[in-house]
Design a binder for this molecule. Structure first.
Ligand code: HEC
Ligand code: HEC
Length: 265
């Protein structure tokens, strides 16, 4: 180190563990006071600088390997094993041989559940108001809150970083920032993170917890909503949900047509 001829002892002493992985300053819960400076920068800076700032922030804050993470119930594993996530989605017709309609219904929902439990969906459906990121459902960096309407808190709305479309090109660390005009966090009563498929299924059918939707409206939302559709077009650096939105919609339709039976909770 001395070969550069600089007296490094004059610099503040930083322990290796306090280096790029220390994200504590970026992880306050609400209101995120250390983020205020960052958020006002984000609001006043033009888009390119905002993305550079965001990129710099995230580069400076690489997540630690899982073994070093403190145990945190909020980081509950997805309900579908990672290995199964890349298998193609089976078409609804693949279940025609199951003669008992209730059993067929459960099998159809279980297959559709590979989409529902995929991180591309669940990252926006937590119960604690904090979005998740990546395939490991790690807490969003910086820690943001969905706020009263899911669009973030005053001073740090989702839209200050999430544009109307995926924004590519932040380099290897962050290939893109996801985007959609309706980008927001789902309300807590629609939470899927850490819940079993049977629980999610019952919740989806309950008008008190599904936004007052009928089953037909649930099908329409799953099959047609463009924010749901983002999961199959998530931008560079992110795995899409399995299958297509159309094939997922057909599974949901067939599940409803067979009585909308749920797997055991
Ligand atoms: C300060 C900038 C910033 C703000 C504010 C912000 N995000 Fe993000 N968000 C990002 C970046 C950058 C990524 C991409 C990180 C990555 O892929 O590793 C991201 C990723 C995500 C993802 C992960 C998508 C996936 O499946 O991988 C979700 C979900 C998300 N944000 C939701 C939200 C919501 C909801 C809000 C508002 C309540 C919000 N974000 C506010 C910067 C921000
Ligand atoms: C960017 C965040 C985001 C992503 C990604 C996302 N959702 Fe949502 N979801 C929401 C929000 C916000 C609502 C509530 C507003 C609404 O109903 O449109 C919601 C509501 C829903 C509902 C309504 C009823 C209920 O009981 O939950 C369904 C169904 C749903 N989402 C399915 C999905 C599926 C399936 C995926 C993945 C293929 C997905 N969502 C991905 C944000 C998201």
């Amino acid at each position: 180190m001395g070969s550069h001829g600089r007296d490094l002892s004059a610099l503040p002493q930083i322990q290796p563990t306090d280096g790029p992985r220390d994200c504590t300053l970026l992880r306050p819960v609400t209101p995120p006071s250390p983020l205020r400076g960052f958020s006002s920068l984000l609001q006043t800076a033009p888009l390119v600088s905002r993305l550079v700032l965001t990129g710099a922030l995230l580069t400076a804050c690489k997540p630690s390997p899982p073994s070093e993470q403190p145990s945190d119930p909020a980081r509950a594993p997805a309900t579908v094993a990672a290995a199964a996530q890349n298998q193609p989605l089976k078409p609804a017709s693949a279940f025609a041989s199951i003669t008992d309609p209730a059993a067929r219904s459960v099998a159809l929902f279980t297959e559709a559940g590979r989409v529902i439990a995929h991180p591309r969906c669940t990252n926006c459906h937590p119960s604690d108001g904090v979005p998740r990121q990546g395939m490991d459902l790690r807490l969003h960096v910086p820690t943001v809150s969905g706020g009263p309407d899911g669009h973030g808190v005053a001073g740090l709305p989702c839209a200050s970083c999430h544009q109307a479309a995926n924004t590519p090109l932040l380099g290897a660390t962050l290939p893109s920032v996801p985007g959609h005009p309706k980008w927001a966090l789902a309300p807590a009563q629609m939470a899927w993170v850490g819940k079993s498929l049977g629980h999610i299924c019952a919740q989806l059918k309950d008008p008190h917890r599904n936004g007052g939707k009928t089953l037909s409206e649930i099908h329409h939302h799953m099959a047609e909503d463009t924010l749901v559709g983002w999961a199959w077009n998530p931008g560079p650096g992110r795995d899409p949900a399995p299958g297509t939105q159309a094939s997922f919609g057909e599974l949901i339709k067939a599940w409803i047509d067979t009585g909308a039976h749920c797997p055991a909770p």
